[in-house]
Design a protein around this ligand. Structure first.
Ligand SMILES: [Ca+2]
Ligand SMILES: [Ca+2]
Ligand SMILES: [Ca+2]
Ligand SMILES: [Ca+2]
Length: 310
């Protein structure tokens, strides 16, 4: 499936899954839209730089409404634009950028943070056809994504308004930047670990780096808990550090669920964080999977399992 087809499919699938904003701009929000371009409009001088709005390094160049018209952008710069189209999908912004070295990268869109009326979302994809759809960040409607990009590649982003709304005040800003890994780990998962009898051995007090690499991926780990501890803690770091996942974790003993963890201390922390009290030695199998069975090469996590001494 092409990214465009996927994009349209996902947009269609999600139409109505969020409340639509009123198009009547009468709620007294601060209008942060860029000032009108009062410069000479020669129509030809694309290199003429208009005054940039605050915290913008460059402005989008329309039309950028399809894969064929995708706009190459520079990394490490805030690109600013406005949803202002009339089509059924509002004003999609197709953008591309290329990395120059392997590593991790973050793509962030700011709309609410800049007092925009827009609820922005984006589709992110690489040139191998892997893609992921991002609606929200952590405790904000502004979407952000941090992923490993192990090979130098071109990437694409399609930014759109969640309700396909557009007009004055529906501004957005996007930054694609290379970053240090946001997490540390002591070993990496080894597939195929999709069943408990193929579980990866997990040494207590370690941290695994794994991926929900495919749809409905199941990652099993086996951990031996020695006697003499008072508790064992399970901590997943993923969504909170920019991964596009919503994971759950289950601890099994002899095939019976001992503990199921769905989120952190607060509900909106999607990363499971829980503990099990212990009084003796145990042999446990731990299953990590996505709440919605989604998977891609971008869907990473780390999990730490640690013993708490008496
Ligand atoms: Ca636009
Ligand atoms: Ca556009
Ligand atoms: Ca996996
Ligand atoms: Ca697996």
């Amino acid at each position: 499936m092409t990214p465009v087809a996927l994009y349209i499919l996902l947009l269609t699938a999600c139409n109505g899954c969020k409340p639509h904003l009123s198009t009547d701009n009468n709620d007294h929000r601060v209008d942060t839209s860029p000032p009108p371009d009062t410069g000479d409009d020669t129509g030809e001088t694309a290199d003429t730089a208009p005054d940039l709005p605050e915290r913008c390094d460059a402005m989008e160049v329309e039309p950028n409404d399809s894969l064929d018209l995708a706009e190459p952008i520079a990394m490490e710069q805030w690109l600013c634009g406005t949803f202002e189209g009339e089509g059924a999908l509002g004003d999609p912004e197709f953008l591309t950028f290329a990395t120059e070295q392997p590593g991790w990268l973050t793509v962030s869109v700011e709309a609410a943070a800049r007092n925009s009326l827009a609820d922005a979302q984006f589709l992110f994809y690489d040139d191998n056809g892997h893609s992921v759809f991002i609606y929200d960040g952590v405790a904000t409607s502004d979407p952000s994504l941090t992923v490993p990009a192990d090979v130098v590649s071109e990437f694409g982003v399609v930014v759109a308004e969640t309700g396909y709304l557009s007009g004055d005040g529906y501004d957005w800003a996007l930054l694609a930047t290379q970053v240090k890994p946001p997490v540390e780990w002591t070993f990496e998962e080894t597939e195929d670990n999709d069943a408990s009898d193929r579980a990866n051995t997990f040494a207590l007090d370690g941290t695994v780096f794994g991926k929900m690499g495919d749809t409905a991926d199941k990652d099993w780990y086996h951990v031996s808990v020695p006697a003499g501890l008072q508790a064992v803690t399970f901590n997943i770091e993923a969504f909170g550090s920019g991964s596009p996942v919503d994971l759950q974790l289950r601890v099994y003993e002899d095939g019976v669920v001992k503990k199921a963890c769905y989120h952190g201390v607060v509900d909106y922390d999607l990363d499971p964080d829980c503990e099990l009290k212990v009084t003796e030695a145990h042999e446990w199998d731990v299953l990590v999977q996505d709440e919605y069975d989604s998977g891609s090469s971008f869907n990473w996590y780390t999990m730490t399992i640690a013993g708490v001494a008496e």
